[in-house]
Design a binder for this molecule. Structure first.
Ligand code: PRP
Length: 215
């Protein structure tokens, strides 16, 4: 039985293709995709589709993709019914709480405002600290919001920390570690068990090879 795999485009794209190549899968079409949207593996009965992170969950949840590769950040913020099966240990970054050095929202008394692209993650984080906050949704360059005085702090993704440093912002706390995860449609896991398990085992092997290399 053939499989369809939804891969998140952008930052994770090359790293995911590298991992599949390491497994001996035929990723030529992923590397040289042009405008094509459905990209067949050249060695296995698998079609890849490159999608936005939220759409990855949607396609897997509805079963039009059997498996998906998507960041834990998207899984934490989104909702969906699927199995989260494997940590690929790629695309590592973290959710942080940050702001201007003199204004730590974790210590502020009174009304606290937080800018974020991830309202659910931010709300859950501050709830775990028993701090009541007003969340202001920002769609991009979240770091701008405390600089302009819109918010006391931000909850955002940090990868290298360069954006924060370049804007004079500091990290007050790490909220969660993030990496790419494999999700599986619940029905596919039953109906295509052998095929799905084969891909998961191949992925798992590649992940542990890389862990050995990094020791
Ligand atoms: C993300 C995040 C930070 C930046 C962090 O934004 O929201 O702004 O990357 O990366 P760094 O720690 O390596 O500097 P993205 O580049 O996805 O763009 P956006 O802000 O427009 O969403």
């Amino acid at each position: 039985m053939s499989l369809r795999m939804a891969l998140t485009k952008g930052r994770l794209e090359t790293k995911t293709a590298d991992l599949l190549e390491q497994m001996g899968y035929g990723v030529e079409n992923l590397r040289d995709k042009g405008r094509a949207l459905v990209l067949p593996d050249t060695k296995n009965d698998i079609d890849y589709v490159l999608v936005k992170s939220n759409d990855c969950i949607t396609y897997v949840e509805h079963g039009v993709a059997d498996l998906g590769v998507v960041g834990k950040d998207t899984l934490m913020e989104g909702e969906g019914d699927y199995y989260e099966m494997l940590d690929l240990k790629i695309g590592k970054c973290c959710f942080i709480c940050a702001g201007l050095p003199e204004n730590n929202p974790l210590e502020k008394q009174g009304h606290v405002t937080i800018g974020t692209k991830y309202p659910k993650v931010a709300r859950d984080y501050f709830a775990s600290k028993n701090i009541d906050v007003e969340i202001i949704k920002i769609d991009g360059s979240v770091e701008l919001s405390p600089l302009l005085g819109l918010v006391d702090g931000i909850v955002d993704i940090m990868e290298t920390g360069n954006t924060l440093r370049a804007n004079g912002l500091v990290v007050f706390d790490t909220c969660a570690e993030i990496s790419a995860r494999v999700i599986v449609n619940k029905a596919s896991f039953k109906l295509k068990k052998n095929e799905v398990m084969k891909v998961l085992e191949d992925l798992e092997r590649a992940v542990s090879e890389n862990a050995e290399c990094n020791r």
